[in-house]
Write a protein that binds this ligand. Structure first.
Ligand code: DC
Length: 240
């Protein structure tokens, strides 16, 4: 399946059909292991993996590339109609194209992370990205990861998880990822970046990061990735 967002047009192409087509929603702050768990879960279930953060990151990348201030709501909203984001979906990490350019390797820098958190608070951006996320989920058989999967995008999801972890553990995990990806920077810097992104994501007026009332909470601080997915599978198995 390829998610295509071009200006105001939204389209999807379905390739897969499964007997059990649950929507699994995974929310939580950065560094709790959402992506690792969501990818692994999608692979185990044979479901699509929907990384909604990548859509916000791609939008932020385009905003930066256009020389705009990510906080300038009017300018960012005016950019959207000329923007095309394509994300071929599968079980692993998605490739992301912005205006046909492959920007996958540029989306996880600290600059894009911070800008993504800023543009994601703009109502026009969220409204632009909402239909494509819902359309991808409409057929089920999807593991969707983000901040508002269980509350806003898929309030009727079959299973909802909210992941949490100790802030120091989260910073260490994220710092390790950044080092592996070749970015320099101190652990304290990563810690501060995560804290300010968290505050922004949790306190924004539109679709803030809050657990859905019916979400199952998992504290991943002392769990391996496999243990997290095992816990999730135990819940999901009852629904399959
Ligand atoms: O999951 P991530 O770290 O790749 O997300 C990047 C930013 O995008 C995050 O700081 C908040 C925003 N985001 C959001 O507001 N809603 C989502 N469903 C996913 C991400």
């Amino acid at each position: 399946m390829t998610a295509i967002i071009r200006g105001h047009d939204v389209g999807t192409v379905t390739e897969t059909k499964q007997a059990n087509r649950l929507i699994v929603a995974i929310d939580g702050p950065a560094g709790v292991g959402k992506s690792t768990a969501a990818k692994s879960l999608a692979a185990r279930l044979g479901y699509l993996y929907l990384d909604t953060g990548a859509l916000y990151r791609a939008t932020a990348w385009a905003v930066i590339e256009s020389g705009l201030d990510p906080a300038d709501e009017v300018a960012v909203a005016a950019l959207l109609p000329s923007l095309s984001i394509e994300m071929p979906l599968h079980h692993g990490t998605a490739t992301v194209l912005v205006n046909r350019k492959d920007v996958t390797g540029e989306l996880r820098t600290p600059g894009v992370s911070a800008a993504a958190s800023v543009v994601s608070a703009i109502p026009a951006v969220r409204a632009w990205l909402l239909p494509i996320q819902r359309q991808i989920g409409a057929g089920g058989a999807v593991v969707a990861e983000g901040r508002d999967m269980g509350t806003k995008v898929f309030p009727s999801a079959d299973v909802k998880f909210f992941l949490e972890a100790d802030p120091n553990v989260r910073a260490q995990r994220r710092h390790r990822e950044l080092v592996i990806a070749g970015h320099s920077g101190a652990l304290e810097e990563t810690n501060a970046d995560l804290a300010s992104r968290d505050t922004r994501d949790r306190s924004r007026a539109i679709s803030p990061l809050v657990p859905a009332e019916d979400a199952r909470h998992i504290d991943t601080s002392n769990l391996s990735a496999t243990e997290v997915v095992d816990q999730m599978m135990a819940v999901i198995a009852a629904k399959l």
